[in-house]
Design a protein around this ligand. Sequence first.
Ligand code: FES
Length: 181
Amino acid sequence: MSFTDTERRRAEELIARYPHGKSALLPLLHMAQDRDGYVTQDAMQDIAALLGLTPALVLGACSFYTMFKREPIGRLVVSVCTNVSCLVNGGPALVDSLRARYADDLDVHVEEVECIAACDLAPVMQVNYEFHGPVTSGAAVEVIEQYKSGALTARTISGSPAAASVSGAGTTVRRELAKGG
Ligand code: FES
């Protein structure tokens, strides 16, 4: 979907924050992703036109950063770390069990990620970039189901607060009691 006039004005405000307009490329990609749930071809073309870049360059940035999705993946991105601390604390088994559990769920996308700098929470996962750990597979499913039911409010799939816009995509750490399995 292409940008509306309102979104275009918002994009221009973002671009104006930077000495060089093309520095707004990543925030604009996040803005597009937050709107549609992924970065559409139309959005990439709009961003290229706004920044005076080629669509190929925008696609290059979009495909380089794994945070950007180029096809619909559902509302919840579950990122499970399998780097060293998480590896020795059950990260691989956690990602396998969640992949199996949500294989047919179009709302939930499970992905394996490198260290997300929360090693003290190992094994740790993020749901839309909100940290949860340490978690067993049972506790992880409980958390994900709470997001699905609305008992927990999910950030956007770019990690922005649910009702917020592009800026301020900070994260908080939520410790979960390891239970069940
Ligand atoms: S090794 Fe998993 S968060 Fe660092």
